[in-house]
Design a protein around this ligand. Sequence first.
Ligand SMILES: Nc1nc2c(c(=O)[nH]1)N[C@H]1C(S)=C(S)[C@@H](COP(=O)(O)O)O[C@H]1N2
Ligand SMILES: [Mo]
Length: 371
Amino acid sequence: MHDDPITQASGPARVAEPGEGLSDAELALAARNHGMPLEALLHDTTPPGLHYVLVHYDIPFVPPDSPWPVTVDGLVRRPLTIDVAELRSRPAVTHRVTFECAGNGRARLLPRPISQPWLVEAVGTADWTGVPLRDVLAEADLSPDALEVVFTGADHGVERGVEQDYRRSLPLAEALQPDVLLAYAMNGAPLPPQHGYPLRLVVPGWYGMAQVKWLRGITVVDKPFDGFQQATAYRIRQAKTDPGEPVTRMAPRALLVPPGFPDFMTRTRVVHPGPIRLRGRAWSGTAPITSVDVSADDCRSWTATMLGPEPEHPWEWRTWKLPWIATPGEHVLAVRATDAHGRTQPLEQAWNLGGFANNAVQRVPVVCLDG
Ligand SMILES: Nc1nc2c(c(=O)[nH]1)N[C@H]1C(S)=C(S)[C@@H](COP(=O)(O)O)O[C@H]1N2
Ligand SMILES: [Mo]
C-alpha cells in the first residue's frame, strides 16, 4: 500500500502500520537475499551456496578474466592501483570468520521496520583468504591526518531517494587490525559472484554491512565519513530525528540446529519421544563466547550446555551441545549465549527504527509425538 515506484523519503526507513502484512517489495527482497537454512549450522564452514546473502542493489557482472584494478587514494603519500591478480600473488592469509547481517531478526520486531525481513537465519561462517589490509595501507603510506578509511563497492543503486555506490568506512584503528582482509577466496575457491567476486573486505567481528563486496576503491579521509550507509542507514535510533549510534560489532547470539524433522508448511519441528542431541553454534563480535544455556520450558529455567573447543579465531562461531529427553506434547526450546564481557542475549528484543543488532534468544516450538 505504501510502495512508491522508488522510495523517495530520505532519512531512516519507515515502520509497518499495526497489522500491515509483508508487501510484495519485502517479499522480493526476501527472495533475493536468502538466509542460511538452519540445518547448515552442522557445517563448521558454511558451503557458499548455503551462506546467507545480502545485496542492496544488483550483483555486478564481472568477467572471470577482469584485471579488477583497486585504487588506494585520499590521504596517502603514495596512491596505488593494485590488480586482484597481484594481490593473489602475495603471501595469503586465511581467517575463519562468522558474518551476521545487522538486520537479523528484524521481521519479528513490533512495529516491523520495513527492510529485508530476516527471521533469524542471516548468518554464515567461511574461510576467507586474502591479504591484510594494513599491509596495503602501509605501502600507500598513510598521512598523519588519516582518520577513517572509506571502502567503495562496484554496485550502484538508489536508496530512499539517494543515488549512490555502496560505500562504508572504518575508523583507522579498526582498519589497521591485523585480521582485516582484502579477500579474494571463500572456503578455498574464488569468491562466488553474490559474495563479492573478485574482491571484498572482511572485517572480523563486525556486522555484515562492513564487509564491503566488489571492492574497487579504498580512500583515506580526515573527517568522519557521512555517506548514506554510514550516517543515514546502520544507526541504532528510536526516532527519525535521533542521530543514533553507529552499528558496529556483532552482539552475542546462539542458534539451535533444528531438532527432529519439519512440518512442510509451518516449519514446526516434530520429534519422537526419547533422547535428542540438542546442538548448535554461538558467536559474538566483541568477546569470545563463554557459555550457552538452553531452556526446554520456554525460558523459565536454563541448563548450561557443553561448549565445543575454543575456536581458532575469536570471531568464529563455537559449537555447543546438550542432551534432552523429549516427552509427548508441545515444548518451546530456547538458547542463550553469553560472552567474556558478560554480555548475554535478552529474552525480549530491543526495538530500534532500523531493526538492527537485535539478539533476542531464539525460541523453537517443538511437537513431540506420542510414540
Ligand atoms: N558492495 C556491497 N557490499 C556489501 C553489501 C552490498 O549491498 N554491497 N551488503 C552488505 C551487507 S548489509 C551484508 S549483511 C553483507 C553480506 O555479505 P554476504 O552476502 O557475503 O553474506 O555484505 C555487505 N557488503
Ligand atoms: Mo546486512
